[in-house]
Design a binder for this molecule. Sequence first.
Ligand SMILES: Cc1ncc(COP(=O)(O)O)c(C=O)c1O
Length: 397
Amino acid sequence: METYQVNQNGYYGEFGGAYVPEILHRCVEELRINYRKVIDDPSFQQEFHQLLKDYVGRPSPLYLAKRLSELYGCKIYLKREDLNHTGAHKINNAIGQILLAKRMGKSRIIAETGAGQHGVATATVCALMNLECVVYMGKTDVERQHANVQKMEMLGARVVPVTSGNMTLKDATNEAIRDWCCHPADTYYVIGSTVGPHPYPDMVARLQSVISQEIKKQLLEQEGRDYPDYLMACVGGGSNAAGTIYHYLDDLRVKIVLAEAGGLGITSGKSAATIHLGKKGVIHGSQTLVMQNEDGQIEEPYSISAGLDYPGIGPMHANLAKTRRAQVFAINDDEALDAAFLLTRLEGIIPALESAHALGALPKMKFKPNDVVVLTVSGRGDKDMETYIKYKNQYSL
Ligand SMILES: Cc1ncc(COP(=O)(O)O)c(C=O)c1O
């Protein structure tokens, strides 16, 4: 049977692999050899799931959004990752990877962050487990997500503002990789999405797969069948989407809809719609779709949403798009803002700007009345209040 899961060499179709500098080869190999052994170990699973339950507050609810459903003429369930401790899905992965780091004997944790949610999640788990934590964050993001910077600092992390490139997620990732190259022996790099060299994309997808594991159980209870007709999620690097679709990847009854950031529009020159605009290339250790110019130089992405502002995409998602297993929409800033205000007024839920891109794909779909749709609300909007307030007058309903 055709599978959309990773193969033994770390590829999803033609995408994936591990393209790393010589100095990191041993670290990445060590991880590749150990990650399945560790995370499949029953004692790891027990510790991981206990923390997901008692510390994160899982399972996250699967909420039937009645007024939203009425509007779009189908049954829309929201998977409420916004209700997790620290406000997004990122904590699932941070707990898993930091437990793994401890078992591999690493004493220092580094991370990159865009919207700050992965940085906050990593700093939180490092506080919990008493580990040193350094978070790299582009200076532009430090400014637009400063509430999350204050949280990371209060949690005891050192936040390093990065001033190269356009000072966003790509640049923070470059800096984190540089740090890792200088401290390969004691440092564990917690990547926040399904990106980077193999085994990161597969490892992050597995750690986030708790989302679809819960969806199966919750749908069975609420709908009498364990699969939906549609799964919808936003994609930055792809981790909340990977978690949402993981257990349904090879179940062709389930249609997958992904929303990437169109920015000001895919032809505007200010966009982060990598699947629409990218060509095959290598970024941060993985062969995937990359926004690049004719010389192979990476083009600076743009999105109103810091968490989607990335010129690459997870290799799993590049393959889903290439094989047409997933339908992919580019949702522009204004469409995401509209969708955020609409959800807030209809359901009393203020979503993260990233999640609002998934909601922004709803008006582009044609549903049948009996369709069951599960859309992941990857995070809450607290960190985006300044942006929302700025646009409020334009978007008053
Ligand atoms: C709330 C939220 N959703 C989505 C994303 C995008 O990341 P990913 O595609 O890995 O889920 C981010 C990234 O920072 C985020 O903070």
